[in-house]
Design a protein around this ligand. Sequence first.
Ligand SMILES: Cc1ncc(C[n+]2csc(CCOP(=O)(O)OP(=O)(O)O)c2C)c(N)n1
Length: 433
Amino acid sequence: MTITPGPLLQAVNSPEDLKKIPMEKMNEFCEELRQFIIDVVSVHGGHFAASLGVVELTAALHYVYNTPYDQLVWDVGHQAYGHKIITGRKDSFETNRKYGGLSGFPKRTESEYDTFGVGHSSTSISAALGMAMAAKYKREKDRKVVAVIGDGAMTAGMAFEAMNHAGVANTDMLIILNDNGIGIDPNVGALKEYLTDITISPTYNKIKDDVWNALGKLPVGKSFTRAMAHKLTEGIKGMVSSSSNLFEALKLRYFGPIDGHNISKLVDTLNDLKDIPGPKLLHIITTKGKGYSLAEKDQTKWHAPGLFDKVTGEIYKKKFDTPQPPKYQDVFGKTIIELAKKNEKIFGVTPAMPSGSSLKYMMEEMPDRAFDVGICEQHAATLSAGMATQGLKVYCNIYSSFMQRAYDQVVHDIAIQKLPVVLCLDRAGAGRR
Ligand SMILES: Cc1ncc(C[n+]2csc(CCOP(=O)(O)OP(=O)(O)O)c2C)c(N)n1
């Protein structure tokens, strides 16, 4: 069955085509793009809610930037379906994740628009910085580099390592923080609380925005108003404590937060930011699953729901001819609670997979003994090692493919020191159904 996209989307086979759509029709285009993703994923499967949440952002990025010359780097890449559809893969999108078909993630060999292969999280800022440094070295002054990273992926050490470098590397790059408050499960940690604070409190960024807007309305040259705005905001910083802005403290100019579903605001802002040199971060607020109400309400379930009836929202269960053994995560999730009830030294740790690993049941029942530490496999392993030095028995559950991130910690911090940490590796490739 071939799924027919709406009329505006039908005519788009490249970002060049997209740029021909007048701004006043871009909302309509976004609705068609969203509907096409719903139509295809409901029948063919794949990641779902994340792509719906960045429909407007994706359209705005390809509308404003000169891709693929300008480099767009997606973090994790599970949200890049709209990007694939806009960049010439609309007709093959029904082959997504099928043998011989499109990859479910950006892949360099698949398209010149896929600047970096992804799947594992929190690589985008490092990769984009590398590209920006290369552009600077090659004197490609007009070339722009943009990394799009979620608030979940932002919790990883790698993202901070990259920002720590980007702040002083003196390159022209934009980091877009797509803040939807959730990873697969609700986001955790102090950063999450900080992002909430910065979104709701009247920080200097809002004042800065007002100054910016006011000056933008004055009938004088763009560069003059920008220079003045810069001077003024530098002044405001002193008054309203810029050091309280984490990103500014890392020497990234911070913009936002803005509504990531407002396409004209996004387009205007991105156009403005194109003219501002140096490393900068734009904070946008979006809703994961936007436009499909069931997904908006239960974002964890609709992260990657499998096949479903798009009208009723019924998610089809896989049918098997023979009875199936229980899943690893079900056994793990129940057994750790049983063991923990008998032994008060038992703890559970997961890096951002409480639902996938079923540790969430222990987190609910024994919140002081089971933790989600964010997308931080390395930290999860070494944290467990630290707890083990004090006689605690930690069961650290990490999906096998993400354990690659923590090899060194397993060897150096756990194994060599002979610390008794139980590593529970879920989703091991060879044994997977
Ligand atoms: C190293 C690593 N650990 C875990 C995952 C599993 N994973 C895939 S998406 C995701 C959540 C990402 O959250 P966020 O960056 O906020 O993006 P969103 O899905 O909210 O758009 C996680 C934990 C991964 N891809 N890579």
